[in-house]
Design a protein around this ligand. Structure first.
Ligand code: ATP
Length: 343
């Protein structure tokens, strides 16, 4: 559906300096998939999307989208895709329904076909009560849904969404996602979206491409990224002399092929806290507790933390994506609440 080879984009920045917004973007995206482009502000996500949607000419490299070359056949590409940018596309004064009908006319759809499609989208996107409202009177979440309906009027096979839920409150975000997933189910569309919300990428995308400073630095399913780039973490507090317990923990971590099996040992109240990174913590922890019990160490508390996509980003870049977003937006990203969730 998308095939990009060494796509790059350079801009002239302040003082004539070259800004490398995207560097050597190479990827293949399968039909029907939901891919998230995850990265901090300024990572190059929007620029990549704007090149793939033919809105921006690449500095180098090639790409085909829906089987057509973005540079040589932009009209063919545009006829097959939908693109929902960061800024609201919906006008201010038109009513929602008129806006949708104008969009159909713009794409050359017949009146009957446009009406059928508008009615269907209004229903799926929960806009029925709002069709006679001018878009300027809608909330942020409602406007975003109108934007999505506008993007879907021509019936694209591939939909690009640039940060669909940025700026929405958690409830509106959840609502929007419910609609996006329903649309996908109904039309079997391929979805390619950018986000800097870790939880969205983790929960909804089948494939997560982590982008930083214009490059893809990791590309896999969220569970595999977490296993490959950030292990589980076990925290125990033990009573009495911790020497023997630390040795048992070190051995268990080494047996799990942990990248760093050396435990961190710190005093914790009357006991000692032992923290270690392991692989397959769900299996290691019970065996570890049994072994500590067998050799006579009293464990006061035990905790297993599964990694988040933020841990992945931290391990890959040495920086926290959550903190980066907080600095850039002034708004903290929501907590990652779906860590290790089964899919
Ligand atoms: N028209 C432009 N002229 C100069 N520099 C630009 C232009 N557009 C983007 N950039 C720069 O390119 C880099 C990538 O920007 P881009 O908007 O693609 O990032 P992003 O990952 O989408 O960020 P955000 O999450 O904030 O939307 C940034 O350093 C940005 O300042």
């Amino acid at each position: 559906m998308i095939s990009a080879r060494e796509l790059s984009k350079h801009f002239r920045g302040p003082g004539g300096k070259t800004v490398v917004a995207v560097s050597d973007l190479t990827m293949d995206v399968a039909p029907g998939s939901l891919t998230a482009f995850l990265g901090p502000n300024g990572a190059g996500k929007s620029t990549s999307l704007r090149m793939l949607t033919t809105l921006l000419e690449p500095t180098g490299g090639t790409a085909t989208v829906c089987g057509h070359d973005i540079a040589r056949e932009p009209a063919e590409v545009r006829a097959r895709i939908g693109y929902i940018g960061q800024k609201n596309g919906a006008g201010q004064y038109q009513r929602v329904r008129d806006e949708l009908l104008s969009q159909g006319a713009l794409y050359g759809l017949g009146r009957a076909e446009t009406r059928r499609r508008a009615d269907e989208l209004v229903e799926i996107l929960g806009l029925t009560e709002l069709v006679n409202q001018p878009t300027m009177k809608l909330s942020g979440g409602q406007r975003r849904r109108v934007d999505i309906a506008l993007g879907l009027i021509p019936g694209p096979r591939l939909l690009f969404l640039d940060e669909p839920s940025t700026g929405l409150d958690p409830q509106s975000r959840a609502h929007l996602w419910q609609h996006i997933l329903e649309l996908r189910e109904r039309y079997g569309m391929t979805l390619f979206l950018t986000t800097h919300y870790l939880d969205e990428a983790d929960q909804f995308a089948e494939r997560v491409m982590v982008v930083d400073q214009g490059r893809i630095i990791a590309d896999d399913t969220a569970p595999r990224l977490k296993t490959s780039f950030a292990g589980d973490r076990i925290t125990l507090t033990v009573d009495g002399d911790p020497g023997g317990a630390v040795a048992v923990v070190r051995r268990a971590a080494a047996d799990s092929a942990a990248a760093d099996p050396e435990p961190e040992v710190t005093p914790a109240g009357a006991g000692t806290r032992i923290v270690v990174g392991v692989n397959h913590g769900d299996r290691v922890l019970p065996a570890l507790l049994r072994e500590l019990d067998r050799v006579g160490h009293q464990v006061l508390t035990a905790e297993l933390a599964r990694p988040t996509l933020d841990d992945v980003f931290l391990n890959l870049t040495g920086r926290s994506l959550r903190e980066e977003n907080q600095t850039a937006d002034g708004v903290p990203t929501p907590e990652t609440t779906h860590v290790g969730a089964a899919r």
